[in-house]
Design a protein around this ligand. Structure first.
Ligand SMILES: [Zn+2]
Length: 432
């Protein structure tokens, strides 16, 4: 397979990555995953300007100023995208983990004041600096595994001031870390105890105060809501989404995780860019998602930790052409999984996705679940040069190994990021 980019740019290449086995994750390839053997990628201004076989590289565009990286046969893929995380929080819920192992259910723990409410308390009692410090370490862990874009949701503040504080923390992380971060306001996550018996009032505060203020401070890229019997009804989520739509902010939904609450249909009604979890989604829900172009984000980490039994309707998603996506759902309660490679493995072993579907599910389709498909998610001319270099031969190995991190290099916007074991990072000093 050889593919040549359009030769419209006459300048020399700033950097070239050569001798790579390139898995582009591009749409339209005959196989889900096609490999460019002995390939090369050329980068200018942070974007891919040429990709193809190394032997076809336009050599007149390479001069003494071009930085050449020899991949020595390593696999190069798009940087991975973790499109669903809740990684800004205080405390942890390891005690609940023990209780669940003794037989208590997530719902029982949630209804007795544990669950999300306990993380709300510990998050409210943690300083912004400490939240930021802990979250940055989690982000670095994901970057070590080739993640170059991730989404972070607020949601553990649960009142106007606290949610704004979390969004400020997320915004700060997006500015200081060398990674692309999408900021999501998870406005309806759980009802805080101070509003118990006043659900309507709470939803109103979120819609009328929190959302407009957060948007006016430019802290929100997407919104999300938890549509579930232990969280918020379809109608309540709908009010929130309508408000977001009036500001032009795209929506996502935590849908049908523990029961079929019509979450997929709700997502489709609001043309959500994704619906997430989906264990109990009906065939009608799948069809609605296919019609609205809503991606299915599957989160095997929480399925695994909660020892759930019902897997999402993968065959229906395939049948109706709904894009399949995988993410960590990194959070302290239901999915203390801060490893995209583990999520890929679980997606295959627990949900029956193929390794190729899983690969596309953390690259091209995950980019689409964040509305970023025109910028990232595949390696092709014009896209941002977000890449990962692996000591692997084929992307299927991303799903195969457990407890091994084969990621050798992470490149964000053409810049090689140095990630050391001491969790300090630096840019390379020069582009490339
Ligand atoms: Zn979640």
């Amino acid at each position: 397979v050889s593919e040549r980019g359009e030769d419209t740019d006459l300048s020399v290449f700033e950097s070239v990555w050569t001798n790579a086995r390139i898995a582009t994750a591009k749409d339209g390839d005959t196989d889900l995953v096609s490999i460019i053997e002995n390939g090369a990628v050329a980068i200018n201004n942070g974007r891919i300007v040429w990709i193809g076989r190394t032997k076809d590289l336009p050599i007149h565009k390479v001069d003494s100023g071009t930085v050449i990286h020899d991949c020595m046969g390593s696999l190069v893929t798009p940087g991975l995208v973790d499109c669903h995380t809740h990684l800004v929080f205080g405390g942890n819920r390891s005690r609940e983990f023990e209780l669940r192992l003794q037989g208590e259910t997530y719902e029982q723990i949630a209804r007795s004041g544990g669950g999300i409410a306990s993380t709300m308390d510990s998050t409210r009692n943690t300083s912004s600096a400490e939240l930021e410090h802990q979250a940055c370490r989690r982000v670095l862990g994901l970057m070590h595994e080739g993640v170059t874009t991730l989404e972070i949701k607020s949601g553990y503040g649960m009142d106007v001031d606290q949610e704004l504080r979390l969004l400020e923390v997320i915004n700060k992380i997006s500015k200081v870390m060398p990674v692309r971060i999408v900021r999501t306001l998870l406005g309806l996550h759980a009802l805080p105890s101070e509003f118990s018996g006043h659900r309507d009032q709470f939803v109103k505060v979120i819609c009328e105060e929190l959302l407009p203020t957060a948007i006016s401070r430019d802290l929100v890229d997407l919104v999300d809501a938890f549509c579930e019997s232990i969280a918020f009804t379809s109608e309540e989520c709908s009010r929130f989404f309508q408000k977001a739509e009036s500001f032009g902010i795209p929506v996502r939904v935590h849908a049908d995780q523990f029961s079929d609450g019509g979450g997929a249909e709700l997502a489709a009604e609001h043309s959500a860019i994704s619906a997430d979890h989906l264990e109990y989604t009906s065939e009608d829900g799948v069809i609605a998602m296919a019609r609205s172009g809503t991606a299915a984000v599957l989160l095997p980490g929480s399925f695994y930790y909660l020892k759930e039994k019902q897997i999402p309707p993968i065959d229906s998603f395939r049948k109706y052409g709904v894009p399949l996506v995988l993410a960590t759902d990194a959070n302290p309660g239901s999915s203390p999984v801060f490893s995209i490679l583990s999520a890929i493995n679980m997606g295959c072993v627990l949900f029956g996705m193929t390794p190729e579907e899983a690969f596309v599910g953390v690259t091209r389709n995950a980019a689409a679940a964040l509305g970023l498909q025109s910028e990232i998610g595949t390696l092709e001319v014009g896209k941002i040069a977000d890449m990962a270099v692996w000591e692997l031969e084929h992307p299927r190995e991303l799903a195969y190994w457990v407890g091994v991190n084969p990621c050798r290099e992470v490149i964000v916007g053409g810049d090689r990021i140095h990630l050391s074991v001491t969790d300090r990072w630096t840019l390379d000093g020069q582009k490339g």
